[in-house]
Design a protein. Structure first.
Lengths: 353, 374
């Protein structure tokens, strides 16, 4: 693999500090109906070469977080508080020009729907080469070679001729491959994949997931992988962040969170999913109610209106105060550790087999 | 005209305990080709999208048949043909012994009320300008059905049955969330006391935590009212949970059909193996390994499908015979009764990990080979 020198001078990594760190991020949109608190006090870290999975339902703020990291929000209607530090560089206050230099270069994104994320007006090849030429100052010829090489890497047959094709001439799976190739053009250190396989069929999804994993091993990028599918995340991520109503409710390594989940919402997600090897006669246990509106989220713990275990917490703690999320492996819940342990062993584990 | 249409429970209501062997719907060689027009100055037919090409299915009374496959395999078209929302190009659809393949509007009217549909997208399948009450009521109005106590009472009962507040009768669809809207869709489908519901991806547009609510509702409806389902979905785990029998489609054909146990634990068709191995699963303990099969590329175009076996272009076992001879959908030796497979070279009936993964994708193979060498 050719390693390409970057135009911008990256500061020497300062010790074992995390590569991307988000601290107390708050994102608010002002809309006609009021202020939407899309992300409300979110903190997480991503290490180099590791994959952080973010799971949550639609409207839980997972996509907004990542658009904010890339600076792709509308500055007129959005207020952002908190800190996003990428490799020592602060992004929230960074100028648009600096962000431009980073986007597509040091950090890149794979979008959910490759048909709408690719422009129908330009050839796939041109869309691949353009950011590469901009960021590295490469010539057209060099960019073409690089693009063809990347297309081949992601498994597009006859990349030389496919370079001049338009997105509509590609199938869904191939378009997503082209998107991945585009994101990897400048050898980014941070790759944000926002539901990259949701629009794809299962057999194609499996190919793309394996491809992403293998490419990560080769390129060593950090990946933030956003999805609503716990099955997908179980195969992809090293660490996991469960989001609900704009907040992180549980954090830990994938094995810990999925093997010994300790937040009622994670329990709910896991037991509402049918499994390929689960008991057929066992009824699914859905989470009652529906996700809250972010215009006026519930007071206290945002999950309390849907929580089945809130009566085990003394008093009105759940409705009054928002449970904090401790650093490291933690869940934002007022239940005590023993209570969680008992509930998990008695009620949750049998359902998960 | 309305008199002869009031047939909520016509011909021998078998509401008691229908024997499971009784066939409700039988589909033979069902075909749908969508023509493609081209040419100048006179447009003429230049080809056809062979969306459904010879599908055989049976649905028993009160049974749920799952129909799985990837997008573009014709599963939704099959559902729409059965409900006669599309006109079949060929084949036969028999509903309770009555041929409805090309039945006229009038002949079809009594059958229409017994075959209902639940659509995928709860946002586009409800008229935003009608109240929930009139949405659920209109099938009864169209069919001239006057339930005891009036239509409004029936609507309220239905709302309660699907877990909505009957007081929401006069609300509009936009006042409901996605999961609630899908419940409205279910209530509308139930308004005519159907015998068969074609559910086209009823939960795939919903959030994970809401999916289970709707699946449970559909299961309750099936158990309590004894309605047969044709459950179309791409999510294999959901289908397994809901359907007693499962048919796997690939490019307009059924490649394997059988009871749930056979399809999920003893699949024989390579495509079924590939499909099952591709399902992402929440699995933290890696004790029992499942097989890993990675096909290459996407489903071929149904405009010019491959000759012989349609799966052969992505199959790791394909031989010359597969290109020339189309495999019939038959019971392979060692399979249970009713487990039919269309394959010349079937796989072993297990889903356990193989000695070597089947990786057909060239990019994956290249990356994994180079990683293995290091």
């Amino acid at each position: 693999m050719t390693t390409l020198t970057k135009t911008e001078d990256s500061p020497a990594p300062t010790g074992p500090e995390s590569f991307l760190s988000v601290r107390d991020l708050k994102v608010r949109f002002s809309t006609e109906d009021g202020i939407v608190k899309a992300v409300d006090g979110l903190s997480f870290d991503v290490e180099r070469g590791k994959t952080l999975g973010i799971v949550g339902e639609s409207g839980s703020g997972k996509s907004v977080t990542n658009l904010t990291i890339l600076g792709l929000h509308n500055p007129r209607t959005t207020t952002i508080e908190g800190e996003i530090v990428l490799d020592g560089q602060e992004l929230v206050t960074a100028a648009e020009k600096d962000l431009e230099r980073l986007r597509g270069n040091k950090m890149a994104m794979i979008f959910q729907d490759p048909l709408t994320a690719l422009s129908p007006y330009y050839t796939v090849g041109r869309q691949l080469s353009e950011p590469f030429m901009k960021h590295t100052g490469a010539s057209k010829k060099e960019a073409r070679d690089r693009a063809v090489q990347m297309l081949e890497k992601v498994g597009i047959p006859q990349p030389k001729t496919r370079f001049d094709d338009y997105p509509h001439q590609f199938s869904g799976g191939m378009r997503q491959r082209a998107m991945i190739a585009m994101a990897l053009m400048c050898d980014p250190d941070l790759l944000i994949a926002d539901e990259p396989t949701t629009a794809l069929d299962v057999t194609v999804q499996a190919q793309i997931l394996d491809l992403l994993k293998d490419l990560q091993q080769e390129f060593g990028s950090a990946i933030i992988f956003i999805t609503h599918d716990l099955g997908v995340i179980a195969n992809m991520a090293d660490d996991l962040l469960v989001m609900y109503a704009g907040r992180a409710v549980e954090r830990g390594s994938t094995k810990e969170v999925l093997g010994r989940p300790s937040h009622p919402y994670t329990w709910g997600l896991l037991s509402s999913m049918p499994r390929l090897d689960g008991d057929i006669n066992e009824e699914l246990t859905p989470i009652p109610g529906s996700p809250p509106s972010l215009l006026n989220p519930p007071t206290g713990c945002p999950f309390h209106p849907r929580c089945a275990y809130k009566d085990q917490v003394a008093g009105t703690l759940c409705t009054d105060s928002r449970p904090p999320l401790a650093p490291g492996r933690a869940a934002a819940c007022h239940l005590t550790a023993e209570q969680k342990q008992t509930i998990f062993i008695d009620k949750i584990q049998p359902r998960l087999r | 005209m309305s008199e002869n249409l009031t047939l909520p429970a016509q011909q021998g209501s078998t509401d008691g305990a229908p024997s499971t062997t009784e066939t409700l719907l039988e589909v033979e060689g069902l075909t749908k080709h969508f023509p493609i027009y081209g040419g100048f100055p006179i447009k003429r037919k230049v080809g056809a999208v062979q969306a459904v090409d010879g599908v055989d299915l049976t649905v028993g009374v009160g049974e749920s048949l799952g129909l799985v496959g990837e997008s573009g395999c014709g599963k939704s078209t099959t559902g729409r043909l059965i409900t006669r929302l599309l006109e079949p190009t060929g084949g036969r659809i028999t509903y309770r012994g009555q041929d409805i393949t090309h039945a006229k509007r009038k002949q079809l009217a009594p059958v229409r009320s017994e075959i209902q549909m639940i659509f995928q997208d709860p946002y586009s399948s409800l008229n935003p300008r009608q109240t929930v009450g009139s949405i659920i009521k209109s099938p009864m109005e169209v069919n001239g059905i006057n339930p005891a106590g009036g239509r409004e009472k029936k609507v309220r009962e239905l709302l309660e049955l699907v877990g909505l507040n009957p007081e929401h009768y006069n609300r509009f669809p936009h006042e409901f969330s996605g999961g609630q809207r899908q419940r409205i869709g279910v209530a509308r489908a139930l308004a005519l006391n159907p015998k068969l519901i074609v559910a086209d991806e009823p939960v795939s547009a919903l959030d994970v935590s809401i999916q289970a609510q709707v699946i449970n509702l559909l299961q309750k409806v099936q158990d309590e009212l004894g309605i047969a389902f044709l459950f179309i979905a791409h999510d294999l785990a959901v289908v397994r949970h809901f359907s007693q029998r499962v048919a796997v489609m690939y490019l307009g054909k059924v490649v394997e059909v059988g009871d749930r146990e056979s399809i999920y634990n003893r699949p024989r068709h390579p495509y079924t193996h590939a499909l099952l191995s591709a399902v992402p699963e929440v699995r933290v303990d890696e004790e029992e390994q499942r097989e890993r099969i990675r096909l290459s590329g996407d489903v071929p175009s149904p405009i010019s499908p491959p000759s012989g076996c349609r799966f052969r272009t992505r199959c790791w076992k394909a031989q010359d015979k597969c290109a020339t001879e189309e495999p019939p959908l038959v019971q392979i030796s060692g399979n249970r009764e009713g487990h039919l497979t269309a394959c010349h070279f079937p796989e072993d009936p297990t889903t356990e990990a193989r000695d070597e993964d089947v990786v057909l994708d060239p990019a994956l193979k290249a990356l994994e080979d180079s990683a293995g060498k290091e």
